[in-house]
Ligand binder design. Structure first.
Ligand SMILES: [Ca+2]
Length: 171
């Protein structure tokens, strides 16, 4: 009796978190090639399930798992960590990257989760760190990898002496 175990799976299953679709798999065996498809139903990681994933029995504890809490004390609230798609229990380097001047515009980038149901987020900026503004700032998705978008934020800085920028997350 010959056992015909698969030697390779020709097509890896790569699904973006919010995409439900049929995926065709091709399995190559020593005795032949088999192809089939399967419809995968996926649902986005909600804020509630995200809190459960990282905080377990403490998911309902607002001082640990709440949107404004900063459990790992890395300077980013849990809401921001959910938005950025990073671990809220591990102190990590800032997800804000590549601050620079392009002409007279202040720009920076970051990776964010493609889908974050339950929250809204927008870039904000300030000259003083006291008053945060949402005018004149713009953002653009400049890339996509898996479940993440690469975002580029731009603040026209003509006439400004300082620009501080962040992202505001609200529920
Ligand atoms: Ca944090």
């Amino acid at each position: 009796m010959q056992i015909c175990l698969p030697s390779t799976i020709a097509q890896a299953v790569r699904l973006v978190a919010h995409v439900s679709r049929a995926v065709t798999l091709t399995v190559i065996r020593p005795c032949g090639i088999e192809t089939g498809s399967q419809l995968f139903y996926l649902s986005a990681l909600t804020l509630t399930s995200w809190r459960g994933r990282y905080f377990g029995a403490n998911a309902g504890n607002e001082s640990m798992a709440g949107l404004e809490a900063d459990f790992d004390m890395d300077g980013f609230s849990n809401g921001l960590e959910y938005y950025f798609g990073i671990d809220p229990t591990v102190f990590e380097a800032s997800p804000m990257q590549e601050p620079d001047l392009e002409g007279s515009d202040f720009v920076f980038g970051y990776w964010r989760s493609r889908l974050t149901p339950g929250i809204t987020a927008r870039p904000i900026w300030s000259e003083t760190l006291e008053t945060w503004r949402t005018d004149i700032v713009s953002q653009q998705v400049v890339g996509t990898v898996g479940a993440f978008h690469r975002v580029r934020v731009r603040v026209p800085a003509t006439g400004l002496t300082k620009v501080f920028a962040s992202v505001e997350v609200t529920q």
